[in-house]
Design a protein around this ligand. Structure first.
Ligand code: 3PG
Ligand code: MG
Length: 394
């Protein structure tokens, strides 16, 4: 993968347009509840501003209706947070597509939610050309949105005088590329979460590459069904049992494995009041719901993680938001933190688990991507990265 890099360019006196992914979670009052993506975007912004550029930053927030700006769509809270992190005020500019605003060298402005512009999501060429005309250098630092071909992630890269990858984008490509293309073995993947259907492609593509594929959450329940276990009233997708079986067989044929839990934590409801029972996997009752892996399974998992050379982690193995079902994910997080393997983690739930169990400093690389993280690991070409590759030579 060859792309131009921001850090190879002289930005002095240049107008620099940075597409970041500042799509952060907020509470009902609009307060930012988790600012990893904003903090991860700072190095490129700082590089440009300290290099003497006039810096414009934009991002989407949520999935707004184009042509409207509702109160919940505004980047105003992000501008405030950005200003705090940069230690200087960041003006928020509205209606910016046709220009008509000034940015001084050494100044940073934030351009309002780019998904409120008509044509953004369809990668409209006229819009992309107008945005490209605002700058000398276009920087794509929005790895989290790299799987979308939109006007600020794709079209603009074709028309801007120069198009390059930002520092975060470069770091993501390097870290994920390392795990994907030259992993130290054994390569262990942990794919948790509720549905096989939403992660089927990544499961299949990993089944081809990894030495151990650890499944967790509702996904594991479907795999348990496939291996003939009774799962009571647990969340699962019986219609995908065949697909799960294919993955298990594929792994076996390669001498690899999908380790399934020998014990689980069950309850009759998913609630803070639920009474949890630890049972061997063969003793799950007809009304039980499996909500976590049991202590033996967690110990087995920790062993696998301890022996790994590379770990790719997406998704929890239990309902870790509730203390009685958090044990498996907690133990796994701790095993990852203590392992000497190079570990990479990505996805919203995974980031929440990392924060909850305080292991951020002990994970090799934490990706800011959710969907983009998975698609990259599937080996797909991400349109935003492809657009930068096209511009490598000029
Ligand atoms: C995300 O949060 O997954 C990214 O910011 C991309 O957002 P999208 O899924 O709305 O395109
Ligand atoms: Mg998404």
């Amino acid at each position: 993968m060859q792309v131009k890099k921001l850090t190879d360019l002289d930005v002095k006196g240049k107008k620099v347009f940075i597409r970041a992914d500042l799509n952060v979670p907020q509470d009902d009052a609009g307060n930012i509840t988790e600012d990893t993506r904003i903090r991860a975007s700072i190095p490129s912004i700082r590089y440009a501003v300290e290099g003497g550029a006039a810096v414009m930053v934009t991002s989407h927030l949520g999935r707004p209706t184009e042509g409207e700006l509702k109160a919940e769509d505004t980047l105003a809270p992000v501008a405030v947070r950005l200003g705090q992190l940069l230690g200087k005020p960041v003006r928020l500019i509205q209606n910016w597509v046709d220009g008509g605003f000034d940015v001084a060298p050494g100044e940073v402005v934030l351009l309002e939610n780019c998904r409120c512009n008509k044509g953004e999501k369809k990668d409209n060429e006229e819009l992309a050309r107008k945005m490209a005309a605002l700058c000398d250098i276009y920087v794509n630092d929005a790895f989290g949105t790299a799987h979308r071909a939109e006007a600020t992630t794709h079209g603009i890269a074709r028309f801007a005088p120069t198009a390059c990858a930002g520092i975060l984008m470069g770091a993501e490509i390097d870290a994920l590329g390392k795990a994907l293309h030259s992993p130290k073995r054994p390569l262990v993947a942990i794919v948790g979460g509720s549905k096989v259907s939403s992660k089927l492609t990544i499961l299949k593509s990993l089944a081809d590459k990894v030495d151990q594929l650890i499944v967790g959450g509702g996904i594991a329940n479907t795999f348990l069904l496939a291996s003939g276990k009774r799962i009571g009233e647990s969340l699962a997708e019986p219609e995908l049992v065949k697909e799960a079986q294919v993955i298990i067989d594929l792994m076996k044929a390669r001498g690899a494995e999908v380790p399934l839990p020998e014990d689980v934590v069950v309850a009759d409801e998913v609630s803070a009041m639920a009474r949890a029972n630890k049972v061997p996997v063969d003793e799950v009752g007809p009304h039980d719901r499996i909500l976590d892996i049991g202590p033996k399974a967690a110990a087995q998992l920790s062993q696998i993680i301890a022996n790994a050379g590379t770990i790719v982690w997406n998704g929890p193995v239990g309902v870790f938001e509730l203390p009685q079902f958090a044990g498996g994910t907690k133990m796994m997080a701790s095993a990852i933190a203590h392992s000497e393997a190079f570990s990479i983690a990505g996805g919203g739930d995974t980031l929440a688990a990392i924060a909850k169990f305080h292991i951020a400093d002990d994970v090799g690389y934490i990706s800011t991507g959710g969907g983009a993280f998975l698609e990259f690991l599937e080996g797909k070409t991400l349109p935003a990265i492809a657009a930068l590759e096209e511009r490598f030579k000029d």
